[in-house]
Design a protein around this ligand. Structure first.
Ligand SMILES: NC(=O)c1ccc[n+]([C@@H]2O[C@H](COP(=O)([O-])OP(=O)(O)OC[C@H]3O[C@@H](n4cnc5c(N)ncnc54)[C@H](OP(=O)(O)O)[C@@H]3O)[C@@H](O)[C@H]2O)c1
Length: 247
């Protein structure tokens, strides 16, 4: 069986860690856990090794050209391939009071959020898709949120959160543009919403665990040939299966 190599950005904690753990439990997948803080990454790798899960680690700051270049060179030298990319790393300034209104939001915060949640995904995509193209196989999972659904923007249920929500709208747009560019190949790219989870970002009131949020990532990371391309999925746990969300 081909050993697939899976890279998960920002995977020393939260949802990224849960995705790394579940992919590592999947037969035939070698997980590369990444973190911009090497000590955090090594600690997470150690925790997984205590569960007898063999996971590799390499530092990766997705907002840094140099870090992405070093990571890509290491990946090429060590494995010569990448099969799965989960773009999980993200920031969310929604707790800042200015984020309650588009009229008060700090434009610098809006830009910083865009840089991590959208531009950094473009950066790592540009670095790794050529490796996928070389073997005509790839599964790219972009971690979005239902708060990015344009059809839900008028709902009172969600905080206004302009920096975060607009950045994830941008991420969803990136998914559809990349899917268009990859049309006809066996490289599949999709966005999904993991649901509101108990992580440092989601807080303790959230109804889901990160393990539950990881389930849809597993589904999208292991899609068969001819599977979904350029779609936006809801969390499987809540809806009992892979259900498309409206943009
Ligand atoms: N929690 C929720 O309810 C929820 C709901 C919907 C979507 N999401 C999405 O799920 C993803 C994971 O969120 P989470 O809840 O697990 O949050 P989290 O616990 O705050 O984790 C975010 C991860 O992203 C990493 N990160 C941020 N900037 C980075 C950079 N420049 N380079 C590399 N890594 C970076 C963080 O690393 P550091 O520790 O170094 O900062 C951390 O590992 C995010 O994309 C988020 O938008 C979360």
């Amino acid at each position: 069986m081909t050993q697939r190599v899976a890279v998960i950005t920002g995977s020393h904690k939260g949802l990224g860690y849960a995705i790394a753990r579940q992919l590592a439990q999947h037969e035939g997948i070698q997980v590369v856990l990444t973190s911009r803080k090497p000590q955090d990454g090594l600690t997470a790798q150690q925790r997984l090794s205590e569960e007898n899960l063999s996971v590799d680690f390499h530092p990766l700051d997705v907002t840094s050209d140099e870090s992405v270049q070093q990571f890509t060179a290491w990946l090429q030298q060590t494995y010569g391939r990448v099969d799965i990319l989960v773009n999980n790393a993200g920031v969310n300034p929604t707790q800042q009071p200015e984020e309650a209104s588009l009229l008060t939001v700090q434009l610098a915060t809006m830009l910083d959020t865009w840089v991590t949640n959208v531009v950094a995904v473009a950066r790592i995509t540009q670095a790794l898709v050529p490796l996928m193209k070389a073997q005509n196989y790839g599964r790219i999972v972009n971690v979005s949120t239902e708060m990015a659904s344009l059809s839900l923007m008028g709902s009172d249920y969600y905080p206004l959160a302009p920096s975060y929500r607009l950045s994830k709208v941008g991420l969803n747009g990136l998914t559809t543009l990349l899917a268009k560019e990859l049309q006809g190949s066996n490289i599949l790219v999709n966005s999904y919403s993991p649901g509101w989870m108990k992580t440092d970002m989601g807080g303790s009131d959230a109804p889901f665990t990160a393990d539950e949020g990881a389930e849809t990532a597993l589904y999208l990371a292991t899609l068969p040939e001819g599977g979904a391309q350029g779609q936006f999925f809801a969390e499987m746990r809540r809806l009992g299966g892979p259900i498309a969300l409206s943009w």
